[in-house]
Design a protein around this ligand. Structure first.
Ligand SMILES: Nc1ncnc2c1ncn2[C@@H]1O[C@H](COP(=O)(O)OP(=O)(O)OP(=O)(O)O)[C@@H](O)[C@H]1O
Ligand SMILES: [Mg+2]
Length: 1029
């Protein structure tokens, strides 16, 4: 009965697990039965979102819905869960993408990139920060790398302070595009970083739409800066006092603490290498921009423009380090060169205001670029530490503005949306191409899928001579009267009739009604956008009057003088227009991305109110559409819904087939074939490629998953039953003890005895009341005996002979025990083995083809220590206290002067090494101070530890010899984090004797190993050709 009860329970558990899975939809959209239905797609997203499951895959693309609340899914433990785990084994997560990308980089040695896209507020920047954090926490690192990891992380708040702002869509909207490379060395440790920034929205410096703010840094400074600082910058705390901060009428945002963020930024700046002076200069510029905004103009009687706020000029002179009269003149006059002659012409009121704003934008924009360069210097791969960075690989992270449709769209939106067109092109190209390539390499026929190729729109924008950007440039450069409207007319003339281009004049009645005469409409792949041409020419020109540039060149603020170079003023050639510059930088970006293996994170914003728990279907549908997610899914499903490498497939499902369980020894493809035949897959349901199985319908995989789940439940049931049996067994033992000690009355003993005899007589019968006691006793006795005589190691093949009654059970137990021992063995041995492998790899990096006795060391295991614990003197251990000895070996130390050999022990702790003479520590070598380790290229065991000569605490260099030099030096170099500090010298090694004097060891080949005093006071080491040290 209880047996049935358990089975029933199992069934219930299983059913609830299945419905639980249904309730939260599918983890991977390719498993969606109705994959053509957008409604089913959105419903799946919604269901999962409501359960706080914000991540779902489309194959290897991660779809992420902004939860607008903190979820408990980003802890360190979570990171550990995703480390080294296959994509499909565990729920979708940004960490899974991070980990898979990292592993692909390491195993395939190919550069990777993660492209994060989605509209403003969808969570791109948050996603990129989570990826960075994942690497900073999980990658192997020494102190130097940890410092780099810190700088990588700290660069974020700084860039956000200067490049992010509150917009209507996002309280922390990135107003620049960012591509960041993280460089890893061959061991997978981060060693460098580099940031490329794209088109900062500079217009925000001088103007903000209602409800929006300027860049965070202005408010942070006013809110967080202490009184003294504000005084030196001539600033007042109230942001309402600054013209550049009042336009949006939104000085504070409830979700942002400017004060705290200010502290974070001020802490981060020194970490990423800013000196105090640089911070001061930077803040002078920020304050300078605010004062520039408050600089006002008046119009004189004769129409001349003059500055009405003289005090502002004084402040600007101080903060920007420029000349007052030159600045005054440059803000109200323009310098022109006509026919080789310079002319000064006054600016009218509006022109003066634009000149001032242009200066503010240029100062801020260039300072931002300087900031990025400064961060790059701090993240740059340090060559002196990593002599060779060959074998290193890169993971790029792209967090760039998403498709943007505002009520009024201008030049910035045009650029942003053009960028998204390009990224969509890349997405199509790469996903389709890689899908196609996969089918080809696997030898499986490809079916074409209909998708919208947006190349036509990219061409419309960027084509030479006929594209919008070319026309815009031409209009900016054309002599004669040009204006935004003439640009629009030119567009109409050239592009009229293009299926993706409409203007008021070209539109039909219905569209005409919703378009103004100053707009052109582009039918983007993501939707229609009307762009107002007002300001296009100015923004594309991005002109700063030459005399303003000259004033800035002469600034004694070093940041500004770096931003405004003299050569630029001298250069008569016109710099490229803004849109062309942007186009070129995008081309370069596409090249960078094309050379890497991409992974995609597609971010979705669930509602416009920035609220948790709200899922606005209309809004989501629009994003699903323009992110091309349905197309992506269709491509994925066109052939086969699911594919998995043979190994992974076999590993997961092998318990479902007796021939593949527990291990398949033949070819993988045959194993998979046997397995799917056993599972009853029909030929049309799957195909076997060269390395992967392709499964056409999700249902097939579901059925297999369910079978696996049933099997797991059954295994659990067996485990429980076995536990029950063991319990019974233990109670039998107790009973028996009691029985032996006569604590049980004799009556009981008598009846037991009779039952025993009876049972013996009936022992060959079926289990029946007469023999049950006897047979149970036989079983118990066997189990008891077995318990005492279980084999202790995997190599021990003995096993007590079972009575006929329990032969089958005995066999099962034997298998189980063996498996258990193997598992334990593996668990025990794996970390050890791993450690061994890592050390061997490092040894090979250091010594391979460099030192004669390296080949002999290859086949020998590195030991944990060459000294037994008892060999190290207790007094020494006590002196070392908490610094535990990690490795020890006997060495010979040669006196630096007379080269007298003395026996010593070299003990390594985590942070230093000591040379021990029996009970005394003779020398302590701090790893941080260690300047290098030298060995010869021959097969001797000499090595020299180089110490800084100026450090009186550390004695001079130590000349040592050890029989396990490869092992010892490898361990020392790894522990000290100084693998690159090992020098292998072919002829001789120089070292310092105390007080700067030099000593030399010469190495020569000879018939036998000898260490003698040579000529000129050198130490001469004679090394036989094939010495096995
Ligand atoms: N995974 C997440 N967990 C919790 N909150 C999140 C998450 N992702 C995003 N958010 C919230 O949404 C806000 C907007 O996200 P984020 O700044 O990353 O958007 P974005 O896509 O970079 O937008 P933009 O294009 O404007 O820069 C964040 O400030 C945060 O409050
Ligand atoms: Mg962002």
């Amino acid at each position: 009965l209880s047996h049935y009860h358990i089975i029933d329970e199992v069934r219930l558990v299983m059913e609830s697990a299945l419905t639980a899975r249904d309730r939260v939809g599918v983890q991977d959209f390719v498993l969606l039965e109705n994959y053509n239905s957008e409604a089913a797609f959105i419903e799946n997203l919604r269901r999962r979102f409501k359960e706080n499951l914000i991540y779902t895959y489309i194959g290897s693309v991660l779809v992420s819905v902004n939860p607008y609340k903190e979820l408990e899914i980003y802890s360190k433990q979570q990171m550990e869960r995703y480390r080294g785990v296959s994509f499909y084994e565990i729920s979708p997560h940004i960490y899974a993408v991070s980990d898979n990308t990292y592993r692909a980089m390491r195993t395939e040695r190919k550069d990777q990139c993660i492209l994060i896209s989605g509209e403003s507020g969808a969570g791109k920047t948050e996603a990129s920060k989570k990826i960075l954090l994942y690497y900073a926490v999980t990658c192997p690192m020494n102190d130097h790398m940890a410092a780099l990891g810190d700088r990588l992380l700290q660069s974020n708040p700084v860039l956000e302070a200067f490049g992010n702002a509150k917009t209507l869509r996002n309280d922390n909207s990135s107003r620049f595009g960012k591509y960041m490379d993280v460089q890893f060395d061959f061991r997978g440790a981060p060693v460098g970083g580099h940031i490329l920034n794209y088109l900062l929205e500079k217009s925000r410096v001088v103007h903000q739409n209602h409800g929006e703010r300027n860049f965070h840094i202005f408010y942070q400074l006013l809110e967080g800066g202490d009184e003294d600082l504000l005084n030196t910058l001539d600033l007042e705390r109230n942001p309402q006092n600054y013209q550049y901060l009042v336009k949006g009428n939104c000085p504070r945002v409830s979700s942002i603490s400017d004060k705290n963020n200010w502290k974070v930024v001020m802490k981060a700046l020194p970490v990423i290498g800013f000196t105090e002076e640089e911070v001061q200069k930077l803040l002078n510029i920020i304050a300078g921009v605010l004062h520039l905004g408050n600089t006002q103009f008046g119009e004189g009687e004769e129409g001349e423009t003059y500055i009405t706020t003289e005090t502002q000029i004084t402040k600007l002179v101080k903060l920007l380090g420029v000349d007052g009269s030159a600045l005054r003149e440059a803000l109200t006059h323009k310098k022109l060169t006509a026919k080789g002659e310079e002319m000064i012409s006054p600016l009218n009121f509006e022109q003066a205001i634009s000149a001032r704003d242009a200066l503010a934008k240029a100062v801020y924009g260039r300072t931002f670029t300087w900031l990025v360069e400064k961060i790059n210097q701090s993240l740059a791969l340090k060559d002196e530490i990593y002599h060779s960075n060959k074998g290193s690989s890169v993971i790029g992270l792209l967090d760039i503005y998403g498709f943007e449709v505002l009520q009024h769209n201008s030049f910035e939106q045009f650029c942003i949306n053009y960028c998204n067109e390009k990224l969509q092109q890349l997405f199509i190209e790469l996903t389709l191409r890689s899908e196609q390539e996969e089918y080809e390499t696997e030898g499986i026929a490809w079916e074409t899928v209909q998708y919208f190729d947006n190349k036509i729109i990219c061409d419309l924008i960027e084509e030479k001579h006929k594209g919008i950007i070319s026309i815009l440039d031409e209009e900016c450069l054309r002599p004669g009267e040009t204006c935004d409207v003439s640009f629009l007319e030119k567009l109409e003339d050239t592009l009229g009739g293009h299926p993706h281009f409409v203007t008021h004049k070209l539109a039909n009645g219905k569209t005409r009604r919703v378009m103004s005469r100053e707009e052109f409409r582009l039918l983007h792949y993501a939707g229609e956008v009307n762009y107002n041409v007002n300001g296009f020419l100015d923004k594309n020109n991005d002109l700063l009057n030459r005399n303003l540039k000259e004033v800035m060149c002469q600034s004694d603020n070093q940041i500004l003088s770096r931003c405004f170079r003299r050569e630029e003023v001298m250069d008569q050639k016109r710099p490229e227009m803004a849109a062309t510059q942007f186009k070129n930088s995008l081309m370069k970006l596409m090249e960078i991305l094309m050379s890497k293996e991409p992974s995609y994170v597609r971010c979705i914003k669930p509602n416009d109110a920035k609220q948790p728990g709200r899922f606005d279907e209309v809004l989501v549908r629009h994003q699903v559409k323009y992110l091309g997610l349905m197309e992506n899914l269709r491509v994925r499903r066109a052939g086969f819904a699911y594919r998995r490498r043979f190994e992974a497939f076999l590993q997961r499902y092998k318990p479902l087939c007796p021939e593949t369980w527990p291990n398949w020894h033949g070819r993988l493809v045959d194993g998979v074939s046997t397995l799917v035949n056993h599972l009853g897959y029909k030929p049309e349901e799957y195909k076997l490629g060269r390395s992967k199985i392709f499964i056409r319908f999700p249902k097939t995989l579901f059925t297999t998953e369910d079978a696996l789940e049933r099997r797991r439940q059954a295994a659990e049931l067996i485990r429980r039953c076995l536990t029950d049996t063991l319990l019974l067994f233990v109670s039998a033992c107790i009973l028996e003890t009691a029985f032996c000690m006569y604590t049980i009355p004799l009556v009981v003993y008598g009846s037991v005895f009779i039952r025993f005899i009876k049972g013996f007589i009936y022992r060959h019968e079926e289990y029946c009341p007469e023999n049950e006691y006897f047979l149970d006793h036989v079983r118990y006795s066997f189990l008891k005996n077995l318990r005492k005589n279980l084999p202790k190691s995997v190599l021990d093949k003995s096993w007590p002979t079972p009575p006929p009654l329990v032969v089958e059970a005995s066999e099962h137990l034997r298998t189980l025990h063996m498996r258990n021992m193997v598992v334990k063995y593996c668990r025990r041995v794996q970390p050890e083995w791993k450690k061994q492998m890592v050390q061997k790899v490092v040894a090979s990096e250091i010594f391979k083809d460099q030192k004669d006795n390296y080949p002999q060391s290859v086949g020998r295991l590195f030991l944990d220590s060459r000294l037994e614990r008892e060999q190290i003197n207790l007094k020494v251990v006590q002196t070392l206290g908490n610094d535990k000895v990690q490795y020890g070996a006997s060495v010979t130390k040669y006196d630096r002067r007379g080269f007298k050999p003395r026996p010593r022990q070299l003990l390594l702790t985590n942070t230093f090494a000591v040379l021990v003479d029996r009970t005394k520590i003779k020398q302590r070598i701090d790893y941080t101070a260690l300047r290098g380790i030298s060995v010869s290229s021959l097969s001797d065991g000499m090595f020299v530890l180089h110490m800084p000569s100026e450090d009186s605490k550390q004695k001079a260099d130590a000349v040592l010899q050890c029989d396990h030099v490869i092992e010892l030096v490898t361990k020392l170099a790894m522990m000290a984090g100084k693998i690159d500090y090992v020098n292998i010298s072919p002829g001789s090694i120089r070292f310092t004797v105390a007080r700067g004097k030099e000593g030399i060891i010469d190495f020569v080949r000879g018939s036998e190993m000898k260490v003698t005093k040579g000529k000129r006071g050198h130490l001469l080491v004679t090394v036989p050709r094939t010495n096995t040290t």
